[in-house]
Design a protein around this ligand. Sequence first.
Ligand code: CTP
Length: 473
Amino acid sequence: MDIVCSPEELSIFEIAGRVADEMNISCYLIGGFVRDKLLGRATKDADIVCTGDGIALAHAIADQFKPKPHVSFFKNFGTAHFRLNEFDLEFVGARKESYRAESRKPDVEPGTIEDDQLRRDFTINALAISLNKDTFGKLTDPFNGLADLENKIIRTPLDPDVTFSDDPLRMMRCIRFATQLDFVILPETFDSIKRNCERIKIISQERITDELNKIMSSRKPSIGLDLLFISGLLKHFFPQFTDLSGVEIIEGKGHKDNFYHTLQVIDNTAAKSDNLWLRWAALLHDIAKPATKKYEEGHGWTFHGHEVVGERMTPKIFKQLKLPLNDRMKYVAKLVSLHLRPISLTKEDITDSAMRRLLFDAGDDLDDLIILCESDITSKNKFKVKRYLENFEMVKERLAIVEENDRIRNWQPPISGDDIMKLFNLQPSREVGVLKTTIREAILDGIIPSTYDAAYELLLKKAAELNLQPINK
Ligand code: CTP
């Protein structure tokens, strides 16, 4: 395995080595930069560790550049950082650490490079490359991290119980690296996660979710989600998700395991789109199945209304996981609520108005909804999947034709809620909603044309039924 650096990176590293020589200290590249370079993965930030004062080294190196980059530092942690063009450089003095049981904050004292490597999370993240002139480019690899990189293995440098107990976030990182890099976690290391999973509760939800989102953004998120489940970590911060697992059988009839079905839907979605929030919609599309599950005699298992309950659960889950409570959450909730609609259009005798209504409800998110629905077709029976997908192609074609003719996706009815409130001098109320819906539905059903006059005439009729009079009459 070789490291290929750009001329700019090489020149920065040579300068760093020269400055460290002048300060009479050793300095090394370490961590994710070394790992990713050896794997041939793109990386734009480098960690530099030195046997001395990391903040002083960062300043002395930054002094070599004009204009001098701004160095930010944390005296308490002994870390410093500056940026050169697109390149992030992070500095720290080598240290020995011991953690206290109730916190992630370590007691720190200066140490050798070996001490520093020993306190790192995984052997593949503990490889160090010397930058000092005499040893420039020499690899220090006390735990055979290079062999683990070659064999695609994740293991801790110390007894895993110590490494994970020192910083339980590392259990999430372990599974995240296994997913991102497609590596195998050493069984002893994974067993330790199972033993220590409860310790995840001392980690902030933001950090856990950060790792979860990295897993969700990977090529095949199911790898990490399944490991989170099997290790026992998932139930500590996302029990609604683990509740999906399992199969119940009554009168010989079972339903599918909705946890593994969901993992398949997420992978299918991930194969078609990098959109993290669409992947979240895939994760949550069946989240209300346990809450709505019923066995109906003679009929089998039903999950009536799971899309509506799932839509309502979405904001609560976003809050619990500290995901953004903004338009992204609304987008996910909307896709969860609509996820059965396109499939319901594969039945025979579907009218254009049903197509129009879906175009209107989905709006600009229709293409994403279609990806979600296609991904949701996961039967083990290949012929069934093929037939469903073919029917679905026909729905897509019909949706395209209706949209071409009627332009529904960004359409707004000719009379808005505001217009209605002004016309009848109403405050926002149920009546306004009823009148608005009456107009919209009549147009979508093709009962009246989409013109102001036709909508106004219907509005007056419906308002009279509600004993409402327009104010200018
Ligand atoms: N590290 C650690 N324990 C942690 C976090 C980080 O031991 N909980 C060490 C590892 O040696 C890691 C290095 O600090 O390689 C840098 O951490 P970070 O930048 O968070 O991760 P990277 O390994 O660089 O990977 P990525 O950028 O993909 O997160």
